[in-house]
Design a protein around this ligand. Sequence first.
Ligand SMILES: NC(=O)c1ccc[n+]([C@@H]2O[C@H](COP(=O)([O-])OP(=O)(O)OC[C@H]3O[C@@H](n4cnc5c(N)ncnc54)[C@H](O)[C@@H]3O)[C@@H](O)[C@H]2O)c1
Length: 425
Amino acid sequence: MPKIKDHLLAPEGEAELEWARLNMPVLAQIRQRFEREKPFSGLTVSVALHLEKKTGVLLETLAAGGARIFAASCNPTTTDDRVAAALSSKMEVFAWAGQSKSEYYSCLNAVLDGRPHIVIDDGCDLINLLHASRRDAIAQVKGACEETTTGVNRLRAMQKAGKLSFPVFAVNDAYSKFLLDNQFGTAQSTVAGIMQATNKLVGGKTVVVAGYGWCGRGIASRMKGLGANVIVVEVDSSFGRKESGLHRALSALYDGFRVMGMDEAAPIGDIFITATGNKNVIDAPHFSKMKDGALLANAGHFNIEINEPALRKMSKKVEKIKENIDAYRLKGGKTIYLLSEGRLVNLARPSGQGHPIEIMDGSFALQALCCELLAKGKRLPAAVHPVPQEIDEEVARLLLKSQGITLPKPTQQQKKYAESFEEGT
Ligand SMILES: NC(=O)c1ccc[n+]([C@@H]2O[C@H](COP(=O)([O-])OP(=O)(O)OC[C@H]3O[C@@H](n4cnc5c(N)ncnc54)[C@H](O)[C@@H]3O)[C@@H](O)[C@H]2O)c1
């Protein structure tokens, strides 16, 4: 089995990594400490993350702390082959862009062959594989960290079914992750990915955003800023959360967006973007109602939000127009364009570059510090755990500091007042 696409790409990958390092001051600070303290000495970390430059800097940070790294991608399309080549001389890398499903799973299996003590996952495919068919590699695992909403949802379902064998930090659910990464990171990189792939104008277009969670609300706000008429699509369900689709629909409405169901939005939209973490959010009846030339993109974790097999079935022909754009020629004569095969439009190579570097400096600082906790042998039950508040706040503090901002502490009097029943007068 090949491990990476091409070793000759390493110098280009090194240049990408250097640019990321220069823009990740929080990880640089953590790396300096790890170099001194070596918290991962003698430990193996197996990783399934989008393998591009920011991830490379996280992996170098863990390696500087003494970890042996085995890295694969969490998605068949998102590896930056240049970065994978540069990293492959420093650690075990099994990743390239454009993998088949079986190649993808053989790479996940290869990183488990490293017998990890700590696992980092994005979407839960690696942790799921470890529990399903690779229990031979589970005994020494101290714990794991999960990067995204979909992965945390799957882990909670595993825990509920009594199937989770070790503790997992829900890095996604830290405030300094979803507030910044899911909202601002996904927004900027999704808009950039669509523009890079299509070179089309957003101003004046009707953009339909499905899902008004952290990702969807960021995308909607950035699209509005570019002059789009934004419609938000939600559903009447809580999916077991406190903040239901109804609450989110209301907050979209009060933020100034039109809100409706997908049935109503389908004939109006020019550009559709899904960010729900759910399945078949855009389906056959919606494709039938869409305008000729409608453009579809997905920012949710898996390529299941747009029902591509149904769209293919409705088409007499599917043509690759250019990199990242496929034209579905429908039997009735309309054309619908799908970006990046319905996979993460902000990450799918070559047009997707992923989140802005500074955003990942925060998200990966959380990952590095949670891995350190696991390495130090913090004993936790086999369950999904929140990121400790001290780590969440420390990362926010360091991110502010990297921008030259230090906030004052409240006075003793203010602290006392905030905790008392004292009257206002
Ligand atoms: N592209 C990226 O880089 C990136 C980054 C972070 C998260 N994600 C992924 O994006 C997805 C969304 O993440 P989030 O943090 O915003 O999740 P979230 O749970 O906060 O929000 C999802 C929203 O979608 C709504 N929804 C569910 N089914 C729907 C349907 N059929 N139609 C319309 N709306 C529906 C829900 O009511 C909810 O409000 C997840 O898959 C997550 O893993 C992607």
